[in-house]
Design a binder for this molecule. Structure first.
Ligand code: HEM
Length: 430
């Protein structure tokens, strides 16, 4: 009996030892190994800029440099690299003369755009962002995205005249803006020197998919409350006089306290409906591949059903009636109808596809390279210190008179509603 007991103890001891997979140091790039039960482990890749089971993948490496594809060829072409007046492409266009618009899957025609806009985009009732994002964030998103995504619409949706001029706001973009939108519990930090030892190229090209992904027009409400006055979207448009009328302090304070819209279906305000309509049309002109193909390109599982995509039966039915086949859902439609990540502003797809594009764009700015990232580039230690300690609040408050107002990407006092994985309330009201 004693012998058997001893054997059982020995068995468990041996098994436990074999189960501690951290003994073989699987985590790379400074990831920290944690045991998970007796037979598994996980790597904490926080702040390493790497991800994956073993923190082995550099996020930004999912974006090719040099870029292989352009909008005119379904195969690799050097023009994609040399022709800077074109957006590059993450995935090549669907080849010409395929049986269906997405290749072989689905119907011979994609759904009518007017029907799509009516069923998926028209805002009937304002849906606020579920993590308390403020309108100040929406304006920052619009401003920031236009620093690197500018289409020459007169020449066509594939022409660009943007660059990557992000400059000294990079720190604010990462530590205030991305910190907010990811809603991570840990603190993001902007540290270009972490990449110095890596095989990293300081150049980037904006892709047309990044342009489409950044159409966050639902974040804009229909009305703005500045001080005590209500303004419609039309009153605000191209009207810088309002900032002078109310003063910068009141303006920023008001934008910080008002809730942005949720990035979800049926939440495009009237003024931005023609914008989304044109976006869908452009996606078709550019023969963008299906949303599922983009998921695969970014190491995500393709969705098998409309319900799995949306997490909502009603929306799944609407999409199924429109598309018929999950493999034909268009890029932007997939991004906006996908269920939101718990606690996040966006879906898994938008983040996992957008983050590598964003990180590559921001971190490949020449300012972040070993040659430039030093005090002399910024006029000495004082300048370097300003860049290194920049915050959203300082950006405003050091440049305005009087008391510092509320400056926040989150509406003060906002309390997030608890939700589970399959509770997708923003999609509810169709
Ligand atoms: C104030 C409300 C807004 C209005 C009226 C508006 C209007 C427009 C218009 C007319 C276009 C050009 C579309 C075309 O010709 O096809 C556009 C493009 C775009 N908008 Fe907005 N927009 C607004 C807010 C936003 C916000 C909050 C974002 C957030 C990121 C945003 C991101 C973009 C992007 C990325 C483009 C593409 C830019 C380009 O390719 O040149 N917009 N918008």
């Amino acid at each position: 009996m004693k012998k058997i007991f001893g054997l059982i103890v020995l068995f468990f001891l041996v098994d436990i030892n074999a189960g501690n997979l951290c003994c073989s140091y699987p985590c790379q790039n400074n990831g920290v190994c944690l045991t998970k039960g007796f037979k598994d482990y996980e790597c904490d890749c926080t702040r390493t800029d790497f991800y994956g089971k073993n923190c082995e993948t550099l996020r930004s490496n999912l974006i090719d440099i040099p870029p292989p594809y352009d909008n005119d060829h379904s195969y690799i072409t050097l023009g994609a690299h040399f022709n800077h007046s074109f957006y590059t492409r993450v995935l090549p266009p669907v080849p010409e003369e395929c049986p269906t618009p997405m290749g072989v899957a689905g119907k011979e025609e994609l759904p009518d755009i007017n029907a799509l806009v009516k069923k998926l985009f028209v805002r009937e009732k304002f849906k606020p962002d579920p993590i308390g994002t403020s309108v100040l964030f929406s304006f920052m998103a619009q401003h920031f995205s236009h620093m690197f995504l500018k289409t020459d619409f007169k020449r066509g949706p594939q022409y660009q005249w943007g660059g990557h001029g992000v400059g000294q706001t990079i720190k604010i973009v990462i530590e205030d803006y991305v910190q907010h939108l990811s809603n991570y519990n840990f603190k993001l930090m902007f540290k270009p020197d972490l990449l110095f030892g890596e095989n990293f190229q300081y150049q980037a090209r904006a892709s047309v998919e990044f342009n489409h992904l950044y159409y966050w027009h639902p974040l804009m409400p229909d009305e703005f409350i500045i001080g005590d006055t209500n303004y419609t979207m039309r009153d605000i448009l191209v009207n810088p006089g309002l900032v002078i009328k109310h003063g910068m302090t009141t303006f920023v304070d008001s934008l910080s306290k008002q809730s942005a819209g949720a990035f979800t279906v049926k939440n495009h305000g009237a003024i931005t409906l023609p914008v989304v309509q044109k976006l869908i049309q452009n996606g078709r002109t550019l023969r963008l591949q299906s949303y599922n193909n983009y998921r695969k390109r970014f190491n995500l599982q393709p969705y098998k059903s409309f319900e799995e995509l949306t997490g909502n039966k009603k929306l799944a039915k609407v999409l199924e009636d429109l598309y018929g086949d999950i493999d034909t859902v268009e890029f932007y439609v997939g991004l906006i109808s996908e269920k939101r990540r718990p606690r996040g502003m966006f879906s898994e797809g938008l983040l996992e596809i957008g983050a590598p594009m964003s990180i590559k764009g921001v971190m490949s700015n020449p300012l972040c390279s070993p040659k430039y990232w030093k005090p002399s580039t910024f006029g000495g230690d004082v300048g370097f210190e300003i860049v290194n300690t920049a915050t959203l609040k300082k950006l405003f408050c050091q440049n305005m008179r009087g008391d510092c107002p509320e400056v926040s990407f989150k509406v003060p006092g906002f309390v997030e509603q608890k939700r589970t994985d399959d509770d997708c309330t923003e999609h509810e009201e169709l």
